[in-house]
Write a protein that binds this ligand. Sequence first.
Ligand code: OAD
Length: 231
Amino acid sequence: MKRIVLLTGAGISAESGLGTFRDEGGLWSQHRIEDVATPEGFARDPALVHGFYNARRAQARWARPNPAHKALGRLQQAWGPETVQIVTQNVDSLHEAGGASRVWHMHGQLDRALCADCGHRWDAPSEMAPDDHCPRCRAPATRPDVVWFGEIPYHMVLIWEMLRDADLFVSIGTSGNVYPAAAFAQDAARTGAQTLELNLERSAISDNFDNTRLGKASDLVPAWVDDLLGG
Ligand code: OAD
């Protein structure tokens, strides 16, 4: 059986009602990245940053997995998490809600909190605030467990190993603007993987894929999974 690495981005959760970043009206047209998604922005105005993530957390709580998340969950359940490796840039938990048992969240998770002082992690409360204390070391240094610009994404050594061993790399619903994820297709191809992009429109990096299929994730992904499981 082939080893498949899937990379997902905001586009897979768009039909669950969660906004993307760079589409028209997306999050980055409403908020400045420097203000809400950098360590410097958090140091300047932690209340603003907590407010941004509290609102996203509240929105994510109501979101339900769509047919694309469910199809990937079905595929991972059928072939196992060693064969179907799901890497996501998304901080929502819709892959898990859609049936996936193992998901590598390279940009962290909205529903987790991190102590910047001692590194402890725990389930985030619905509202976080600047003067919250770490439950372990008591430092008032709590932050959302999300990766900001200028920080190193999580699980990178493991992800590069998975890409090296992949037979097939599939990118779903991501614009290809943020590295290192934007280089994964080239990383996987270098060691022989076939590459496929499933996206609403051509991305910044479509030329790096062997094949691109355009359409909504809720149509493309279930059809692709049905082909694999049926064939
Ligand atoms: P973007 O908002 O940059 O791109 C979303 C992509 O999904 C676009 O190419 C859309 O065309 C596509 N899309 C939209 N709706 C879709 C649908 N229904 N079906 C399929 N595709 C659809 O989001 P990402 O590429 O995920 O990082 O952004 C990457 C990173 O940039 C995020 O993880 C976040 C952001 O800044 C951090 O915050 C660190």
